[in-house]
Write a protein that binds this ligand. Structure first.
Ligand code: AHR
Length: 510
Protein backbone atom coordinates (compact mmCIF):
# COMPACT_ATOMS: atom_id res chain seq x y z
CA UNK A 1 0.00 0.00 0.00
CA UNK A 2 2.82 2.33 1.00
CA UNK A 3 4.70 1.44 -2.23
CA UNK A 4 1.61 2.13 -4.32
CA UNK A 5 1.28 5.53 -2.69
CA UNK A 6 4.89 6.38 -3.46
CA UNK A 7 4.48 5.31 -7.11
CA UNK A 8 1.29 7.37 -7.31
CA UNK A 9 3.00 10.45 -5.91
CA UNK A 10 5.94 9.98 -8.29
CA UNK A 11 3.61 9.61 -11.28
CA UNK A 12 1.72 12.73 -10.30
CA UNK A 13 4.99 14.62 -9.88
CA UNK A 14 6.23 13.55 -13.31
CA UNK A 15 2.91 14.46 -14.98
CA UNK A 16 3.07 17.90 -13.34
CA UNK A 17 6.72 18.25 -14.35
CA UNK A 18 6.19 17.37 -17.99
CA UNK A 19 3.14 19.62 -18.18
CA UNK A 20 5.07 22.51 -16.69
CA UNK A 21 6.28 23.73 -20.06
CA UNK A 22 3.61 23.70 -22.70
CA UNK A 23 3.30 25.34 -26.05
CA UNK A 24 -0.13 25.40 -27.65
CA UNK A 25 -0.06 26.52 -31.26
CA UNK A 26 -3.21 28.07 -32.67
CA UNK A 27 -2.71 27.27 -36.31
CA UNK A 28 -6.33 28.10 -37.14
CA UNK A 29 -5.75 31.69 -35.94
CA UNK A 30 -2.63 32.31 -38.05
CA UNK A 31 -3.10 35.47 -40.12
CA UNK A 32 -0.35 38.04 -39.43
CA UNK A 33 2.66 38.25 -41.72
CA UNK A 34 6.06 38.39 -40.03
CA UNK A 35 7.67 41.15 -42.10
CA UNK A 36 11.04 39.94 -43.28
CA UNK A 37 12.36 43.36 -42.20
CA UNK A 38 12.19 42.17 -38.57
CA UNK A 39 15.43 40.37 -39.48
CA UNK A 40 17.01 43.68 -40.49
CA UNK A 41 20.55 44.86 -39.95
CA UNK A 42 22.32 48.14 -39.28
CA UNK A 43 25.62 49.36 -40.74
CA UNK A 44 27.23 52.59 -39.58
CA UNK A 45 30.44 54.43 -40.38
CA UNK A 46 31.73 53.36 -37.00
CA UNK A 47 34.99 51.59 -36.25
CA UNK A 48 35.56 48.83 -38.79
CA UNK A 49 31.96 48.14 -39.73
CA UNK A 50 32.12 49.67 -43.21
CA UNK A 51 35.85 50.06 -43.92
CA UNK A 52 37.70 46.73 -43.42
CA UNK A 53 34.52 44.92 -42.40
CA UNK A 54 32.53 45.31 -45.62
CA UNK A 55 34.45 47.57 -47.97
CA UNK A 56 38.14 47.16 -48.68
CA UNK A 57 38.34 48.87 -52.08
CA UNK A 58 38.98 47.30 -55.46
CA UNK A 59 42.77 47.30 -55.05
CA UNK A 60 42.81 45.39 -51.79
CA UNK A 61 44.60 42.04 -51.56
CA UNK A 62 41.55 40.78 -49.71
CA UNK A 63 39.36 39.06 -52.34
CA UNK A 64 36.54 41.42 -53.25
CA UNK A 65 33.75 42.16 -55.68
CA UNK A 66 33.99 45.83 -56.69
CA UNK A 67 35.63 46.58 -53.35
CA UNK A 68 33.17 44.57 -51.19
CA UNK A 69 34.77 41.65 -49.33
CA UNK A 70 33.79 38.42 -51.09
CA UNK A 71 33.70 36.39 -47.86
CA UNK A 72 31.43 38.91 -46.15
CA UNK A 73 29.14 39.29 -49.18
CA UNK A 74 28.73 35.50 -49.35
CA UNK A 75 27.99 35.31 -45.63
CA UNK A 76 25.32 38.04 -45.97
CA UNK A 77 23.68 36.17 -48.85
CA UNK A 78 23.68 32.91 -46.95
CA UNK A 79 22.14 34.52 -43.84
CA UNK A 80 19.57 36.53 -45.91
CA UNK A 81 19.66 40.20 -45.01
CA UNK A 82 16.21 41.66 -45.79
CA UNK A 83 16.98 45.31 -45.01
CA UNK A 84 20.13 47.26 -44.17
CA UNK A 85 20.17 50.63 -42.38
CA UNK A 86 22.90 53.17 -43.26
CA UNK A 87 24.92 55.44 -42.74
CA UNK A 88 24.10 55.68 -39.00
CA UNK A 89 23.40 56.04 -36.10
CA UNK A 90 24.94 59.17 -34.74
CA UNK A 91 27.14 59.37 -37.83
CA UNK A 92 24.08 60.00 -40.02
CA UNK A 93 23.44 63.43 -38.50
CA UNK A 94 26.96 64.56 -39.42
CA UNK A 95 26.87 63.07 -42.92
CA UNK A 96 26.51 65.16 -46.05
CA UNK A 97 25.70 62.76 -48.85
CA UNK A 98 27.14 64.90 -51.64
CA UNK A 99 30.60 64.38 -50.10
CA UNK A 100 30.27 60.68 -50.93
CA UNK A 101 29.48 60.74 -54.67
CA UNK A 102 31.53 61.26 -57.82
CA UNK A 103 35.19 60.38 -58.46
CA UNK A 104 36.74 59.16 -55.20
CA UNK A 105 39.79 61.38 -55.56
CA UNK A 106 37.53 64.44 -55.48
CA UNK A 107 35.58 63.42 -52.40
CA UNK A 108 36.38 65.56 -49.36
CA UNK A 109 37.40 63.98 -46.06
CA UNK A 110 35.75 64.67 -42.72
CA UNK A 111 36.32 63.80 -39.09
CA UNK A 112 34.07 61.13 -37.62
CA UNK A 113 33.37 63.10 -34.45
CA UNK A 114 31.23 60.50 -32.74
CA UNK A 115 33.37 57.44 -33.31
CA UNK A 116 37.02 57.76 -32.43
CA UNK A 117 37.69 61.06 -34.24
CA UNK A 118 39.08 59.14 -37.22
CA UNK A 119 39.26 60.50 -40.75
CA UNK A 120 36.40 59.51 -42.99
CA UNK A 121 37.47 59.72 -46.63
CA UNK A 122 33.97 59.19 -48.03
CA UNK A 123 35.15 56.43 -50.37
CA UNK A 124 32.07 54.45 -49.37
CA UNK A 125 29.07 56.60 -50.27
CA UNK A 126 25.58 56.41 -51.73
CA UNK A 127 26.52 54.43 -54.88
CA UNK A 128 28.65 51.96 -52.94
CA UNK A 129 25.93 51.37 -50.33
CA UNK A 130 23.07 50.99 -52.78
CA UNK A 131 25.14 48.77 -55.09
CA UNK A 132 26.00 46.58 -52.08
CA UNK A 133 22.28 46.25 -51.31
CA UNK A 134 21.62 45.14 -54.88
CA UNK A 135 24.50 42.68 -54.72
CA UNK A 136 23.24 40.98 -51.58
CA UNK A 137 19.53 41.33 -52.40
CA UNK A 138 18.59 43.60 -49.51
CA UNK A 139 16.26 46.61 -49.14
CA UNK A 140 18.17 49.81 -48.33
CA UNK A 141 17.10 51.97 -45.39
CA UNK A 142 18.63 55.45 -45.58
CA UNK A 143 18.98 57.56 -42.47
CA UNK A 144 18.61 61.23 -43.38
CA UNK A 145 20.70 63.95 -41.72
CA UNK A 146 18.34 66.14 -39.71
CA UNK A 147 20.72 67.22 -36.92
CA UNK A 148 23.14 69.17 -39.14
CA UNK A 149 21.53 68.82 -42.57
CA UNK A 150 19.00 70.88 -44.46
CA UNK A 151 15.58 70.08 -45.85
CA UNK A 152 16.93 70.79 -49.33
CA UNK A 153 19.82 68.34 -48.84
CA UNK A 154 17.33 65.67 -47.75
CA UNK A 155 14.95 66.33 -50.65
CA UNK A 156 17.82 66.19 -53.14
CA UNK A 157 19.13 62.91 -51.74
CA UNK A 158 15.73 61.30 -52.18
CA UNK A 159 15.52 62.66 -55.72
CA UNK A 160 19.06 61.49 -56.51
CA UNK A 161 18.41 57.89 -55.49
CA UNK A 162 14.76 57.41 -56.52
CA UNK A 163 13.90 59.72 -59.40
CA UNK A 164 13.55 58.62 -62.99
CA UNK A 165 12.30 62.03 -64.15
CA UNK A 166 14.54 64.57 -65.77
CA UNK A 167 15.86 66.81 -63.02
CA UNK A 168 19.23 68.09 -61.81
CA UNK A 169 19.66 65.27 -59.26
CA UNK A 170 18.94 62.40 -61.61
CA UNK A 171 21.23 64.04 -64.17
CA UNK A 172 23.96 64.16 -61.54
CA UNK A 173 23.38 60.48 -60.72
CA UNK A 174 23.66 59.57 -64.38
CA UNK A 175 26.85 61.60 -64.69
CA UNK A 176 28.20 59.55 -61.79
CA UNK A 177 27.59 56.34 -63.69
CA UNK A 178 24.14 55.18 -62.60
CA UNK A 179 21.44 55.48 -65.24
CA UNK A 180 18.42 54.02 -63.41
CA UNK A 181 17.32 54.96 -59.92
CA UNK A 182 17.69 52.40 -57.16
CA UNK A 183 14.73 51.01 -55.32
CA UNK A 184 14.67 52.72 -51.95
CA UNK A 185 11.56 52.66 -49.80
CA UNK A 186 12.72 53.20 -46.22
CA UNK A 187 13.82 56.67 -45.07
CA UNK A 188 14.60 57.52 -41.46
CA UNK A 189 14.10 61.24 -40.73
CA UNK A 190 17.00 61.77 -38.34
CA UNK A 191 18.46 59.49 -35.70
CA UNK A 192 18.20 59.83 -31.92
CA UNK A 193 17.16 63.47 -32.25
CA UNK A 194 16.72 63.38 -28.46
CA UNK A 195 20.51 62.85 -28.17
CA UNK A 196 23.37 62.79 -30.68
CA UNK A 197 20.99 63.80 -33.49
CA UNK A 198 20.34 67.31 -32.22
CA UNK A 199 19.36 67.18 -28.53
CA UNK A 200 15.82 68.20 -29.35
CA UNK A 201 12.67 68.15 -27.28
CA UNK A 202 9.91 65.92 -28.70
CA UNK A 203 7.56 68.87 -29.30
CA UNK A 204 10.22 70.57 -31.41
CA UNK A 205 11.32 67.44 -33.27
CA UNK A 206 7.71 66.56 -34.13
CA UNK A 207 7.53 69.85 -36.07
CA UNK A 208 10.97 69.33 -37.64
CA UNK A 209 9.84 65.85 -38.68
CA UNK A 210 6.71 67.28 -40.31
CA UNK A 211 8.81 69.75 -42.27
CA UNK A 212 11.40 67.20 -43.49
CA UNK A 213 8.79 64.57 -44.21
CA UNK A 214 6.85 66.97 -46.44
CA UNK A 215 9.86 67.15 -48.74
CA UNK A 216 10.85 63.48 -48.63
CA UNK A 217 8.53 62.68 -51.51
CA UNK A 218 7.85 59.59 -53.58
CA UNK A 219 5.52 56.69 -54.12
CA UNK A 220 5.01 54.29 -51.26
CA UNK A 221 7.87 55.62 -49.17
CA UNK A 222 8.04 54.41 -45.59
CA UNK A 223 9.06 57.38 -43.48
CA UNK A 224 10.38 56.53 -40.06
CA UNK A 225 10.26 59.11 -37.29
CA UNK A 226 12.71 59.05 -34.40
CA UNK A 227 11.01 57.35 -31.50
CA UNK A 228 11.96 56.84 -27.89
CA UNK A 229 15.05 55.58 -26.19
CA UNK A 230 14.10 52.54 -24.09
CA UNK A 231 11.53 53.63 -21.47
CA UNK A 232 11.09 57.27 -22.48
CA UNK A 233 7.30 57.11 -22.66
CA UNK A 234 7.02 60.90 -22.63
CA UNK A 235 8.82 61.04 -26.01
CA UNK A 236 6.32 58.63 -27.56
CA UNK A 237 3.36 60.52 -26.12
CA UNK A 238 4.60 63.92 -27.33
CA UNK A 239 5.49 62.59 -30.77
CA UNK A 240 2.07 61.02 -31.21
CA UNK A 241 0.39 64.26 -30.13
CA UNK A 242 2.63 66.24 -32.49
CA UNK A 243 1.84 64.00 -35.47
CA UNK A 244 -1.80 63.29 -34.72
CA UNK A 245 -3.27 65.58 -37.35
CA UNK A 246 -0.67 64.70 -40.01
CA UNK A 247 -0.52 60.93 -39.87
CA UNK A 248 -0.01 60.62 -43.62
CA UNK A 249 3.50 62.05 -43.13
CA UNK A 250 4.63 59.17 -40.92
CA UNK A 251 4.45 55.42 -41.40
CA UNK A 252 6.62 54.21 -38.53
CA UNK A 253 8.04 55.28 -35.19
CA UNK A 254 11.38 53.87 -34.09
CA UNK A 255 12.49 52.46 -30.74
CA UNK A 256 16.10 52.05 -29.60
CA UNK A 257 16.95 49.71 -26.77
CA UNK A 258 20.32 48.20 -25.92
CA UNK A 259 21.02 45.41 -23.43
CA UNK A 260 23.79 46.23 -20.94
CA UNK A 261 24.55 43.51 -18.39
CA UNK A 262 25.19 45.99 -15.59
CA UNK A 263 22.76 48.65 -16.77
CA UNK A 264 25.57 51.16 -16.23
CA UNK A 265 26.98 53.00 -19.28
CA UNK A 266 30.30 53.67 -17.52
CA UNK A 267 31.00 50.02 -16.84
CA UNK A 268 28.84 47.78 -18.96
CA UNK A 269 30.56 44.43 -18.37
CA UNK A 270 32.86 42.21 -20.41
CA UNK A 271 31.75 40.44 -23.57
CA UNK A 272 33.75 37.29 -22.77
CA UNK A 273 34.70 37.25 -19.13
CA UNK A 274 31.47 36.81 -17.22
CA UNK A 275 29.79 34.42 -14.82
CA UNK A 276 26.21 33.41 -14.24
CA UNK A 277 25.37 36.67 -12.43
CA UNK A 278 26.16 38.83 -15.49
CA UNK A 279 24.59 36.21 -17.76
CA UNK A 280 21.34 36.30 -15.79
CA UNK A 281 21.28 40.11 -15.73
CA UNK A 282 21.82 40.23 -19.50
CA UNK A 283 18.98 37.82 -20.22
CA UNK A 284 16.64 39.54 -17.79
CA UNK A 285 17.57 42.94 -19.27
CA UNK A 286 16.95 41.81 -22.81
CA UNK A 287 13.52 40.35 -21.96
CA UNK A 288 12.49 43.84 -20.83
CA UNK A 289 12.09 44.76 -24.50
CA UNK A 290 8.72 43.01 -24.53
CA UNK A 291 7.38 45.35 -21.83
CA UNK A 292 8.85 48.33 -23.69
CA UNK A 293 7.19 47.35 -26.96
CA UNK A 294 3.82 46.80 -25.31
CA UNK A 295 3.87 50.04 -23.34
CA UNK A 296 4.98 52.19 -26.28
CA UNK A 297 2.37 50.55 -28.51
CA UNK A 298 -0.33 51.24 -25.91
CA UNK A 299 0.57 54.95 -26.02
CA UNK A 300 0.64 54.94 -29.82
CA UNK A 301 -2.79 53.25 -29.92
CA UNK A 302 -4.27 56.04 -27.81
CA UNK A 303 -3.55 58.55 -30.59
CA UNK A 304 -3.68 56.14 -33.52
CA UNK A 305 -6.49 53.69 -32.76
CA UNK A 306 -6.55 52.56 -36.40
CA UNK A 307 -2.95 51.38 -35.80
CA UNK A 308 -1.66 52.97 -39.00
CA UNK A 309 1.73 53.80 -37.52
CA UNK A 310 3.99 50.81 -36.93
CA UNK A 311 7.00 50.39 -34.67
CA UNK A 312 10.57 49.73 -35.89
CA UNK A 313 13.08 48.61 -33.27
CA UNK A 314 15.83 49.96 -35.48
CA UNK A 315 18.64 49.65 -32.95
CA UNK A 316 18.84 46.76 -30.51
CA UNK A 317 21.33 44.26 -29.16
CA UNK A 318 23.97 43.81 -26.49
CA UNK A 319 26.43 46.57 -25.62
CA UNK A 320 29.46 45.54 -23.56
CA UNK A 321 32.76 47.24 -22.68
CA UNK A 322 35.05 47.52 -25.72
CA UNK A 323 37.53 44.66 -26.03
CA UNK A 324 40.75 45.44 -24.13
CA UNK A 325 43.36 47.06 -26.38
CA UNK A 326 40.82 48.28 -28.96
CA UNK A 327 39.78 51.89 -29.66
CA UNK A 328 36.88 52.50 -27.24
CA UNK A 329 35.21 54.58 -29.96
CA UNK A 330 35.05 51.51 -32.22
CA UNK A 331 32.63 49.54 -29.99
CA UNK A 332 34.27 46.19 -30.69
CA UNK A 333 33.09 43.26 -28.61
CA UNK A 334 33.08 39.45 -28.74
CA UNK A 335 29.95 37.45 -29.31
CA UNK A 336 29.25 34.34 -27.26
CA UNK A 337 26.54 31.77 -26.64
CA UNK A 338 24.99 34.42 -24.35
CA UNK A 339 24.51 36.64 -27.42
CA UNK A 340 22.92 33.75 -29.32
CA UNK A 341 20.36 33.36 -26.52
CA UNK A 342 19.77 37.15 -26.49
CA UNK A 343 19.17 37.10 -30.26
CA UNK A 344 16.77 34.15 -30.05
CA UNK A 345 14.74 35.82 -27.28
CA UNK A 346 14.49 39.19 -29.07
CA UNK A 347 13.54 37.66 -32.41
CA UNK A 348 10.84 35.55 -30.73
CA UNK A 349 9.46 38.68 -29.07
CA UNK A 350 9.50 40.67 -32.34
CA UNK A 351 7.79 37.82 -34.22
CA UNK A 352 5.06 37.63 -31.61
CA UNK A 353 4.41 41.37 -32.06
CA UNK A 354 4.51 41.22 -35.85
CA UNK A 355 1.09 42.89 -36.08
CA UNK A 356 2.75 46.19 -35.05
CA UNK A 357 6.52 45.65 -35.16
CA UNK A 358 7.22 46.15 -38.85
CA UNK A 359 11.01 46.21 -38.71
CA UNK A 360 13.96 45.64 -36.40
CA UNK A 361 17.66 46.28 -37.04
CA UNK A 362 20.25 44.71 -34.80
CA UNK A 363 23.31 46.85 -34.05
CA UNK A 364 25.45 46.20 -36.02
CA UNK A 365 26.15 43.90 -38.94
CA UNK A 366 29.99 43.68 -38.87
CA UNK A 367 32.63 44.34 -36.18
CA UNK A 368 30.47 46.64 -34.03
CA UNK A 369 28.41 45.72 -30.91
CA UNK A 370 26.38 42.50 -31.32
CA UNK A 371 27.82 41.77 -34.75
CA UNK A 372 26.96 38.96 -37.16
CA UNK A 373 30.48 38.91 -38.51
CA UNK A 374 33.91 39.77 -37.15
CA UNK A 375 36.89 40.39 -39.38
CA UNK A 376 40.63 40.64 -38.76
CA UNK A 377 42.67 41.42 -41.88
CA UNK A 378 41.85 38.66 -44.35
CA UNK A 379 40.15 36.51 -41.73
CA UNK A 380 36.45 36.41 -40.96
CA UNK A 381 34.33 34.59 -38.39
CA UNK A 382 30.59 34.11 -38.21
CA UNK A 383 29.37 34.77 -34.69
CA UNK A 384 26.79 32.83 -32.62
CA UNK A 385 24.35 35.69 -33.37
CA UNK A 386 24.93 35.16 -37.11
CA UNK A 387 23.88 31.56 -36.78
CA UNK A 388 20.70 32.43 -34.88
CA UNK A 389 19.72 34.91 -37.61
CA UNK A 390 20.45 32.32 -40.26
CA UNK A 391 18.48 29.61 -38.46
CA UNK A 392 15.52 31.97 -37.85
CA UNK A 393 15.33 33.17 -41.48
CA UNK A 394 12.54 30.61 -42.05
CA UNK A 395 10.24 33.13 -40.32
CA UNK A 396 10.90 35.86 -42.91
CA UNK A 397 7.57 36.75 -44.56
CA UNK A 398 5.95 33.64 -43.04
CA UNK A 399 2.59 33.74 -41.23
CA UNK A 400 2.79 34.04 -37.48
CA UNK A 401 1.10 31.27 -35.50
CA UNK A 402 -0.29 32.66 -32.25
CA UNK A 403 0.63 30.54 -29.24
CA UNK A 404 0.06 30.04 -25.56
CA UNK A 405 3.35 29.33 -23.81
CA UNK A 406 3.71 28.16 -20.25
CA UNK A 407 7.32 28.07 -19.05
CA UNK A 408 9.03 27.13 -15.84
CA UNK A 409 11.24 29.78 -14.26
CA UNK A 410 14.98 30.12 -14.44
CA UNK A 411 15.83 31.22 -10.91
CA UNK A 412 19.11 32.85 -9.94
CA UNK A 413 19.94 34.51 -6.63
CA UNK A 414 16.27 34.77 -5.70
CA UNK A 415 15.27 36.43 -8.99
CA UNK A 416 13.36 34.66 -11.73
CA UNK A 417 12.63 34.90 -15.43
CA UNK A 418 10.88 32.47 -17.78
CA UNK A 419 13.33 29.82 -19.00
CA UNK A 420 11.66 29.38 -22.38
CA UNK A 421 10.66 31.85 -25.08
CA UNK A 422 9.19 30.84 -28.40
CA UNK A 423 7.55 31.94 -31.63
CA UNK A 424 6.14 29.99 -34.55
CA UNK A 425 5.17 30.55 -38.14
CA UNK A 426 4.05 28.68 -41.20
CA UNK A 427 5.10 28.91 -44.82
CA UNK A 428 4.53 26.50 -47.71
CA UNK A 429 2.88 23.94 -45.45
CA UNK A 430 5.80 23.81 -43.04
CA UNK A 431 5.42 24.86 -39.39
CA UNK A 432 8.58 26.39 -37.90
CA UNK A 433 8.89 26.74 -34.13
CA UNK A 434 11.85 28.56 -32.58
CA UNK A 435 12.57 28.17 -28.88
CA UNK A 436 15.19 29.50 -26.51
CA UNK A 437 16.15 28.03 -23.15
CA UNK A 438 18.05 30.62 -21.14
CA UNK A 439 18.68 28.35 -18.16
CA UNK A 440 22.42 27.53 -18.31
CA UNK A 441 22.11 24.71 -15.78
CA UNK A 442 19.43 22.42 -17.16
CA UNK A 443 17.60 21.21 -20.20
CA UNK A 444 13.91 21.99 -20.30
CA UNK A 445 11.26 19.64 -21.75
CA UNK A 446 8.54 21.45 -23.70
CA UNK A 447 5.32 19.77 -24.76
CA UNK A 448 4.14 21.23 -28.08
CA UNK A 449 0.50 20.82 -29.08
CA UNK A 450 -0.61 21.56 -32.59
CA UNK A 451 -4.32 20.90 -32.46
CA UNK A 452 -5.86 19.37 -35.56
CA UNK A 453 -2.51 18.90 -37.26
CA UNK A 454 -1.59 15.87 -39.33
CA UNK A 455 2.06 16.87 -39.70
CA UNK A 456 4.11 13.71 -39.50
CA UNK A 457 7.80 14.49 -39.52
CA UNK A 458 9.99 16.83 -37.52
CA UNK A 459 13.48 18.11 -38.19
CA UNK A 460 15.55 20.28 -35.90
CA UNK A 461 18.53 22.62 -35.71
CA UNK A 462 20.31 24.07 -32.70
CA UNK A 463 22.75 26.86 -31.85
CA UNK A 464 24.55 26.38 -28.55
CA UNK A 465 27.99 25.72 -27.07
CA UNK A 466 29.52 23.85 -24.18
CA UNK A 467 29.70 27.02 -22.08
CA UNK A 468 27.81 30.31 -22.05
CA UNK A 469 31.14 32.04 -22.73
CA UNK A 470 31.99 30.04 -25.88
CA UNK A 471 32.69 32.04 -29.04
CA UNK A 472 34.24 31.56 -32.47
CA UNK A 473 37.89 32.56 -32.64
CA UNK A 474 39.82 33.57 -35.77
CA UNK A 475 41.78 30.70 -37.27
CA UNK A 476 40.23 28.06 -35.00
CA UNK A 477 37.45 25.54 -35.58
CA UNK A 478 34.04 27.03 -34.84
CA UNK A 479 32.76 26.30 -31.34
CA UNK A 480 29.28 27.67 -31.97
CA UNK A 481 27.35 27.05 -35.17
CA UNK A 482 24.12 25.53 -36.45
CA UNK A 483 23.99 21.81 -35.74
CA UNK A 484 21.39 19.17 -36.34
CA UNK A 485 19.01 18.69 -33.45
CA UNK A 486 17.41 15.28 -33.24
CA UNK A 487 13.77 15.20 -32.32
CA UNK A 488 10.98 12.60 -32.32
CA UNK A 489 8.17 12.77 -34.86
CA UNK A 490 4.88 14.39 -33.79
CA UNK A 491 2.06 12.03 -32.88
CA UNK A 492 -1.56 13.11 -33.00
CA UNK A 493 -0.48 16.74 -33.06
CA UNK A 494 1.78 16.40 -30.02
CA UNK A 495 5.53 16.52 -29.66
CA UNK A 496 7.79 16.84 -26.63
CA UNK A 497 11.20 18.39 -27.17
CA UNK A 498 13.95 18.74 -24.63
CA UNK A 499 15.63 22.11 -25.15
CA UNK A 500 19.24 21.88 -23.95
CA UNK A 501 20.67 24.39 -21.46
CA UNK A 502 21.56 27.84 -22.91
CA UNK A 503 20.45 27.03 -26.42
CA UNK A 504 18.30 28.24 -29.28
CA UNK A 505 16.43 25.62 -31.29
CA UNK A 506 14.40 25.43 -34.50
CA UNK A 507 11.88 22.63 -34.95
CA UNK A 508 10.23 22.25 -38.33
CA UNK A 509 7.15 20.12 -38.79
CA UNK A 510 6.34 18.87 -42.25
O1 AHR B 1 24.91 51.72 -32.56
C1 AHR B 1 25.77 52.64 -31.95
C2 AHR B 1 25.11 53.97 -31.64
O2 AHR B 1 24.12 53.77 -30.67
C3 AHR B 1 24.38 54.64 -32.75
O3 AHR B 1 25.21 55.41 -33.55
C4 AHR B 1 23.40 55.53 -32.04
O4 AHR B 1 22.25 55.77 -32.79
C5 AHR B 1 23.15 54.78 -30.75
O5 AHR B 1 23.23 55.61 -29.65
Amino acid sequence: MKNKLIIGVLLLASVQLSAQNTLNLKVDQAKTKINKEIYGQFSEHLGTCIYEGIYVGKDSKIPNIDGFRTDVVNAFKEMKVPVLRWPGGCFADTYHWKDGIGPKENRPSMVNVHWGGVTEDNSFGTHEFLNLCELIGTEPYLSINVGSGTVQEAAEWVEYVTSSNENPMSELRKKNGREDPWEVKFFGIGNETWGCGGDMRPEYYADVFRQFSSYVRGNNLQKIAVGPSSGDYNWTEKMMIGLQDKKHLVQTLSLHHYTLPTGNWNSKGSSTDFGEDMYFKTIKGTMFIEELIEKHLAIMDKYDPEKRISLAVDEWGTWYDALPGTNPGFLQQQNTVRDAVVAGINLNIFNNHADRVSMANIAQIVNVLQAMILTKGEQMVKTPTYYVFKMYNVHQDATLIPMELKSEDYVFNGEKIPAVTSSASMKDGVVSITLSNSNPNKAVPVECNIAGSDLKTATGQIVTGKNITDYNEFGQPEKVKIETFKTAAPKNGKLTVEIPAHSVVLIQLH
